[in-house]
Design a protein around this ligand. Structure first.
Ligand code: ADP
Length: 517
């Protein structure tokens, strides 16, 4: 790997940062405390912009605005068709501003610009088209109950939805949460991840342009233990939806329970198996397994991070997987043809320290990046075979070599923990029963992949795997209509598709007597 190509020839992002304040009741405003925090370019660690740092007081103000917009209207009182039209207009505006949005997303997050522009922005647009389509198709039932009654159900919005999103897909996570909540007629206070606040503020402005009334969508930038916790424990928030780590998901659920028992949906971590049988086309399997793990710098909750390969094809697979990883192009995510940018940076300094240092370049704590390197070290120490990679690239920014381990055993840390980095672990299995048992022996259950030429094997596996998504002969296929969520400690509830509507609706039974039974 050439350090020079990664570090020295950085492209200036073709976009300006325009929105840095919180959006409350239709206005961009400073934090109540006046504080700001920096957001960083993970290519260099340099500050991109200073962002208004929302905390409990800003959350209070945002919730009050959302409450008013819900209780007094206009949002839930508008016709479903009017709401649908706003969602469609918003999608059109996103399409129009796709270039700036993709550039901002890459700058703040480090993901390849081509991925943001060609895949994620179109998915964002598609998702809002999808939920705009649902807005005027939500209705209850008439129920044939015993006795002489007319019984019907009304499917009503829950009220004020709190939403907390992570940094790995800032815009898509925004869409998965905001699309269904608005389609169902709720109002929203959304807290972005402190590492990636930029794009949500930009699209929120587009929502205002599309005609979304003030207070319906409020955006708070800020940290988890302050702004996030205030939202999860707020007495006037009726529902909380969270995506992030399993550890934080537990905290959010506890805060929700301790406050007002608001309903909770969680999309959490994973350690998803990708299982390759010996009847598979090995070259296709290598490519898919590579994609399943390395996509988005390995920073996907559903990454195929346990690659199980049948013993008959194991050695050949490992050789080819290694060759593929070595070929992976790593560098400035703004450059064409780059497959992998820098890892994101977790800012975990105390808020005071951040404040003192936030003026210029800051030697930030790169905990997540260090965590990936620590896992690599742990893989080596536990005697997995390091086939390639294993270190950072250069000494500036947060680039990690695509890393492949073979001879990985189930009890090694690298096979158990979510690494969230470009580290592929290849394990060997003997037969279908062996691999079913081992694939399911995890606290997680977000996704699984199966690669086989046999329909019987595929059918058996799809039933046996305890995971919210099973991809057969494909991986990471996302669509607005396909539900996504976890079994076990990977989460509660499903996002996207028709299933996500349930998260944002409640059912009212209406019973009235008949006159002449
Ligand atoms: P990740 O490892 O993906 O960064 P986190 O769960 O730490 O996962 O973060 C996901 C989101 O949860 C972020 O928006 C973060 O600010 C928020 N968060 C972190 N801690 C808390 C908390 N104690 N209460 C509420 N939200 C939190």
């Amino acid at each position: 790997f050439s350090t020079a190509t990664v570090i020295e020839e950085l492209i200036t992002p073709p976009v300006q940062v325009t929105y840095t304040q919180n959006l409350i009741n239709g206005h961009f405003v400073d934090a109540a405390s006046g504080k700001t925090f920096p957001t960083y370019d993970p290519r260099t660690g340099e500050v991109i912009a200073h962002i208004a740092e929302g905390d409990a007081e800003d959350v209070n103000r945002a919730v009050a605005a959302a409450r008013k917009a819900f209780d007094e209207g206009p949002w839930p009182k508008m016709t479903p068709y009017e709401r649908s039209r706003i969602l469609l207009r918003f999608a059109d505006l996103v399409e129009k501003h796709s270039e700036e949005l993709a550039a901002l997303e890459t700058w703040d997050n480090g993901k390849p610009h081509e991925q943001a522009a060609k895949s994620e922005l179109p998915m964002l647009v598609r998702l809002f088209h999808y939920y705009a389509g649902w807005a005027d198709k939500i209705h209850g039932l008439t129920v044939p109950a015993d006795g002489h009654y007319h019984v019907q159900t009304l499917h009503e919005p829950i009220g004020v939805a709190g939403q907390i999103i992570p940094w790995n897909f800032p815009l898509l996570m925004f869409a998965w949460k905001v699309g269904p909540a608005l389609a169902c007629g709720n109002t929203i206070v959304l807290k972005t991840a402190e590492q990636t606040p930029l794009t949500a503020l930009y699209v929120a402005k587009l929502f205002l342009e599309a005609g979304l009334p003030p207070g319906v969508l409020n955006i708070i930038s800020g940290f988890g233990p302050t702004a996030g916790a205030a939202l999860a424990s707020h007495m006037d928030v009726d529902k909380i939806a969270f995506t992030g780590s399993t550890e934080t998901g537990k905290i959010v659920q506890e805060l929700a329970a301790r406050s007002n028992l608001k309903s909770v949906t969680l999309e959490l971590g994973g350690k998803s198996p990708f299982i390759i049988f010996d009847d598979a086309d090995i070259d296709k399997a290598v490519e898919l397994a590579h994609f399943a793990l390395f996509f988005n710098q390995g920073q996907c909750c559903c990454a195929g991070s346990r690659t199980y390969v049948h013993e008959h094809i194991y050695d050949e697979f490992v050789e080819k997987a290694k060759a593929r990883a070595v070929r992976r192009s790593v560098g400035d995510p703004f450059k064409k043809g780059i497959e992998q940018g820098p890892q994101f940076i977790r800012v975990s300094l105390s808020l005071d320290t951040l404040k003192q240092n936030s003026k210029e370049f800051l030697q930030i704590d790169s905990e997540q990046f260090q965590k990936v390197l620590r896992y690599i070290k742990s893989g080596i120490e536990s005697n997995a075979t390091l086939e390639c990679g294993g270190d950072r690239i250069g000494n500036r920014g947060y680039f990690v070599q695509p890393t492949v381990f073979s001879n990985v055993q189930d009890d090694m840390l690298i096979a158990q923990d979510e690494i969230f980095g470009p580290v592929q672990s290849i394990l060997k299995f003997k037969d279908i029963n062996d691999v079913i048992r081992r694939a399911n022996a995890t606290r997680y259950g977000l996704a699984a992949g199966v690669f086989t030429g046999s329909v019987e094997t595929a059918n058996t596996m799809m039933r046996a795997l305890r995971a919210g998504t099973v991809w057969i002969n494909c991986f990471d296929v996302f669509d607005a209509a396909i539900p996504f969520g976890g079994y076990k400690m990977s989460g509660i509830g499903r996002e996207k598709g028709i299933y996500s509507l349930n998260n944002y609706l409640q059912v009212k039974a209406v019973v009235s007597p008949l006159k002449n039974p």
